[in-house]
Write a protein that binds this ligand. Structure first.
Ligand SMILES: C[S@@+](CC[C@H](N)C(=O)[O-])C[C@H]1O[C@@H](n2cnc3c(N)ncnc32)[C@H](O)[C@@H]1O
Length: 413
C-alpha cells in the first residue's frame, strides 16, 4: 500500500514538474512551441467552394497601444495544388471596433491594412508568417482583428468565408514613450492633404475621421449648441468638425476654425466655401480674433499637444472670446501622478490638479463632460468650461454681437 502511495506521489511530482517546465517555456515564448501550440483562431479561405487555404492566427500580442506596432504570427497551409488558385498576395488586417450600448454590441469596421505578403506553401507544408503591424486605430477601444489574404490583384480570398478573428483591447500610449520630434506645423508642410487629410490628425481611415467628426458635432448639440450659434474650433486641423457643422449651422450661425498649420488652414479654406465659415492661423497662445463672442468653443485633441504654460495663456484667450452664456469643450490627458506634465508636444499628460487651477485662474468653472479611459496612469477627459463669477467681475468690454472684426487680415493665410 505504502509503495503504491509513494509511486503515486512521485508520479504526481513528475507531472507537476512537467507542467512547470511547460509553463516556463510558454512564458519565455520559445518559438517552436508556438508553432505547435493551439491556434488562437483559424478559418478556411479561397475561391474553391470548400476553400483552399487554411489560415491560423498562432500568436498575437496581448496589449496593443495607440501609435505603436504589435506582433502576430500567422500560419497558412493549402489543401490542394490547384493551379488556378492564387499563388501569392498580401496579408490584410481588418479592424473592427466593438461598441457596447444598452447591452447590445455593434461592430464598426474601421478599414483594412496591408501588413505583409504570402506565398502558397507546397501541399502538405505550411508557411509561418510573422507580422509586425501598426495599430490601425487612434483611440482606446475593444476591437476584433480579422486576418484576410488577398491575391496579387488585391481580391480578397476571404469573401464569403469566416475570417479568423481575435479580440483585443487597444490602450493609450504613455506620453513618456511618445516620439519627441513631432511638430504639427512641420507635418502639415510635408503631407499631401489632397490625398489623405485624416491620418495626419489621427484616424486611420476617412470613414473613422467622418464618424469622429459627427460624434463631436453631436456632443456640441447635446450641450446646447443651436443652429444659429457662433462656433470657434481651435486646432481645427483639416476640418473634421467643420464638415458636419456645414449641415447643422444655419446661415445665421458662424463657424471659425483656427490652427497653427498654415497648410491645414489653406486646405480648409479651399474645401469649405460657405460664406459663414472662416479659417485662419493662430499662434501657440494667441487667437487673432476680436469683436466676436462665441456660444460654443471646441478644442479637440489640442491641449493634448500643448505645454501647461501655453495652455494657461490660451485659456485667457478663450475666456476673452467666450460669451458669458457660452461653453467650451476641451479634452486633455490628465493624471494625479505626474508632477507638472510628462511627454512632449507629440503627446502631453498633464497634472490634473494644476489643470483645474489653470481653468479657475482664467475665470472658468469646469465639469467632466466625458471620460475616455486611456491607459494605466491617466484618463482622457473632455471638460466643459463655463464662465465663472470671477471672470464676470473681470468685465471684458468686447462687443456682444457678431460684428466679426477679424484680425485675420494680419494672419498668414
Ligand atoms: C490631433 S490634431 C486634431 C485636429 C482636429 N481638432 C480634429 O479633431 O481633427 C491637433 C491639432 O491641433 C493643432 N494645434 C496644436 N496646438 C495648437 C494651438 N496652440 N493652437 C491651435 N492649434 C493647435 C495642430 O496643429 C493640429 O491640427
Amino acid at each position: 500500500m505504502s509503495l503504491t502511495l509513494s509511486k503515486i506521489r512521485s508520479a504526481g511530482r513528475k507531472v507537476r514538474q512537467k507542467l512547470k517546465l511547460w509553463a516556463t517555456l510558454m512564458k519565455w515564448r520559445i518559438p517552436f512551441l508556438k508553432t505547435i501550440s493551439q491556434p488562437l483562431a483559424s478559418g478556411t479561405l479561397g475561391s474553391s467552394t470548400s476553400g483552399s487555404f487554411h489560415l491560423e492566427i498562432l500568436e498575437c500580442e496581448r496589449t496593443l497601444r495607440v501609435s505603436s506596432t504589435f506582433g502576430m504570427v500567422l500560419r497558412i497551409s493549402s489543401k490542394d495544388e490547384l493551379t488556378n488558385e492564387p499563388q501569392s498576395g498580401s496579408v490584410v488586417l481588418r479592424w473592427v471596433i466593438l461598441q457596447k450600448e444598452d447591452n447590445a454590441q455593434t461592430e464598426v469596421p474601421m478599414g483594412d491594412f496591408v501588413v505583409g505578403s504570402w506565398t502558397r506553401p507546397p501541399r502538405g507544408k505550411s508557411l509561418l508568417i510573422p507580422v509586425t503591424a501598426p495599430v490601425g486605430l487612434n483611440g482606446v477601444y475593444d476591437v476584433a482583428i480579422e486576418v484576410d489574404l488577398r491575391d496579387e490583384a488585391g481580391k480578397s480570398l476571404g469573401t464569403n468565408c469566416s475570417l479568423p478573428r481575435i479580440f483585443r483591447k487597444v490602450k493609450g500610449q504613455n506620453a513618456a514613450n511618445a516620439s519627441a520630434d513631432f511638430d504639427y506645423v512641420d507635418i502639415y508642410a510635408k503631407v499631401d492633404l489632397e490625398k489623405d487629410y485624416w491620418t495626419v490628425v489621427g484616424p486611420a481611415t476617412r470613414e473613422a475621421y467622418e464618424e469622429l467628426g459627427r460624434g463631436k458635432a453631436k456632443q456640441l448639440l447635446d450641450f446646447g449648441m443651436k443652429p444659429d450659434a457662433k462656433v470657434l474650433d481651435v486646432g481645427c486641423g483639416t476640418g473634421q468638425l467643420a464638415e458636419p457643422l456645414c449641415n447643422i449651422l444655419s446661415p445665421k450661425g458662424a463657424y471659425y476654425g483656427t490652427d497653427l498649420g498654415a497648410e491645414a488652414i489653406a486646405f480648409c479654406k479651399k474645401k469649405f466655401r460657405l460664406p459663414n465659415f472662416h479659417f485662419l492661423t493662430n499662434t501657440m497662445t494667441g487667437l487673432p480674433l476680436k469683436g466676436i463672442l462665441f456660444d460654443a468653443i471646441y478644442l479637440g485633441s489640442v491641449f493634448t499637444h500643448m505645454y501647461p504654460k501655453d495652455i494657461h495663456a490660451m485659456l485667457g484667450e478663450l475666456r476673452r472670446l467666450l460669451a458669458d452664456t457660452g461653453f467650451i469643450l476641451v479634452d486633455a490627458f490628465v493624471s494625479p501622478d505626474v508632477k507638472d506634465y510628462v511627454g512632449s508636444i507629440s503627446m502631453i499628460h498633464l497634472n490634473e490638479a494644476n489643470l483645474h487651477k489653470s481653468f479657475q485662474e482664467n475665470g472658468f468653472t469646469f465639469e467632466e463632460a466625458g471620460v475616455i479611459p486611456w491607459n494605466e496612469h491617466c484618463r482622457r477627459v473632455i471638460f466643459k468650461l463655463t464662465a465663472s463669477e470671477i471672470s464676470k467681475k473681470a468685465e471684458w468690454k468686447g462687443p456682444k454681437s457678431l460684428s466679426a472684426i477679424l484680425e485675420s487680415r494680419s494672419a498668414k493665410v
